[in-house]
Design a protein around this ligand. Structure first.
Ligand code: ZN
Length: 236
């Protein structure tokens, strides 16, 4: 009897600990969106974004500019993180990674970029060399024909050494990697494996596509040139 008694006492207390544990779990679950990966403020996007891994040879800064409309950025922290993670996976073979250095708001008036002149004006004022500047807008029109596009590597027509990337909020997670491919000197290609190949195809499946070996070789050379000219400056 004496032995059994403490067990009963424990058994009797257990539900109370159980209730406390459930309450704690509920608090943690509901507390998470305020401070976790679902914090879609500008600070939240910056905090959630992946950092360059220590083992990578070159780490380059991305300065992100994103349209804020009705008080909210036009895309989420999760979307931005997906873009950067995907880019880093595709650039890893050449020892390159990217991380966000800053996130800044763009006026809601810039939500839809239609004309070439708007693409010029979007990045002209804030342009600086040494980093990759990425502008995220809600809609990005095709300037050559009817319709929208997901992204573009744009050179200011007034001074072509000034260049930046523009991503549409509608773009999928390889768009940043593709546009960075242009930043690293690559044109659209015919390699079936390549994310620079825009031709619709079923093979290889999207998940298996990356840069072709020939493109990686070319990008290594372009990287060396950009480092020499300080168009890209290593963060470390
Ligand atoms: Zn392209």
């Amino acid at each position: 009897m004496n032995r059994a008694e403490p067990q009963r006492v424990r058994a009797g207390r257990f539900p109370r600990y159980g209730v406390a544990a459930v309450l704690l779990a509920v608090l943690l679950l509901f507390g998470q969106p305020l401070h976790g990966a679902d914090d879609d403020t500008l600070e939240g996007i910056l905090e959630a974004s992946p950092k360059c891994v220590d083992t990578i040879e070159h780490c380059f800064a991305i300065e992100l500019f994103i349209v804020v409309k009705d008080g909210e950025p036009v895309q989420t922290a999760e979307w931005v993180t997906g873009q950067v993670e995907t880019a880093n996976a595709h650039f890893e073979p050449i020892g390159v990674a990217f991380e966000l250095a800053s996130v800044q708001a763009l006026d809601a008036g810039l939500a839809t970029i239609t004309e070439r002149s708007e693409r010029d004006m979007l990045g002209r004022g804030a342009f600086r060399t040494g980093v990759v500047q990425v502008y995220v807008v809600e809609h990005l029109a095709n300037v050559d024909e009817e319709g929208e596009i997901y992204g573009v590597h744009w050179r200011d027509r007034e001074k072509r050494s000034r260049r930046w990337l523009i991503l549409s909020s509608l773009s999928w997670n390889t768009t940043l990697a593709h546009e960075l491919g242009h930043f690293f000197g690559q044109k659209h290609s015919d390699y079936p494996i390549s994310i620079m190949n825009k031709t619709a195809r079923s093979e290889p499946p999207v998940a298996q596509r990356t840069f072709a070996d020939e493109e990686l070789t070319s990008m290594r050379k372009v990287l060396a040139k950009m480092l020499k000219k300080k168009q890209l400056v290593d963060r470390r």
